[in-house]
Design a protein around this ligand. Structure first.
Ligand code: HEC
Length: 175
């Protein structure tokens, strides 16, 4: 009877039940946790294998927007790049900037500051590096996309904005 009372008490007290060790059963697996050593005797983190590089997309490779503006576009605006840029723009940009880049996306309507029309003179006169930097660092309202789009993917989007949305506007040279 005592056992039954305890079981009922536990069932009725979920916060208490969660403090018991079995609550961690799923977390405590054989996988190596962040900062944990593979070698039980030697503490500390597992050293990275030689010549390890960060996963593409998590680093912006450039200091700030000012530095980005001066960067030259290293990706030729060929058919393949523009097509990839179109695909990425539809996923990451069109919600705010609209499918045609005119700043008329459905999400954009809800923002305090309306997304800019990327086909307008202002953005046409920007350097490729400026547009790339805007995706890298974001703006006042616009979020940064450096974690979603890697450096090359961002150049593909720049090429799409230039070639298709701005109708092949002469690419503003990096200053
Ligand atoms: C959540 C909405 C939102 C999304 C998504 C978004 N933007 Fe923006 N964008 C804005 C807003 C709002 C502005 C206005 C300026 C600001 O926020 O700093 C802006 C401004 C810009 C500018 C500056 C234009 C200029 O000439 O000053 C560029 C370039 C730009 N966006 C490109 C993009 C690209 C490319 C993508 C997709 C990777 C994108 N944006 C995704 C909201 C968004």
């Amino acid at each position: 009877m005592k056992k039954l009372t305890l079981t009922i008490a536990l069932a009725l007290a979920p916060t208490l039940a969660q403090a018991f060790p079995w609550d961690h059963d799923m977390a405590n697996q054989i996988s190596i946790k962040p900062q944990e050593s593979v070698d039980g005797k030697a503490g500390g983190m597992k050293p990275f294998p030689k010549r390890s590089v960060p996963v593409a997309g998590t680093s912006s490779f450039v200091k700030d927007q000012g530095a980005a503006e001066k960067m030259a576009n290293p990706v030729p605006a060929d058919e393949k790049s523009v097509a990839e840029g179109k695909r990425l723009f539809a996923i990451y940009c069109s919600a705010c900037h609209g499918a045609g880049g005119k700043g008329d996306g459905k999400v954009g309507e809800k923002l305090v500051l309306q997304p800019f029309d990327l086909t307008a003179d202002q953005t046409r006169s920007r350097t490729d590096g400026f547009i790339w930097g805007y995706m890298t660092f974001g703006g006042a309202i616009m979020p940064a996309y450096a974690n979603d789009l890697n450096a090359t993917e961002r150049w593909h989007v720049v090429n799409y904005v230039r070639k298709t949305l701005q109708g092949g506007a002469a690419t503003a040279a990096a200053k």
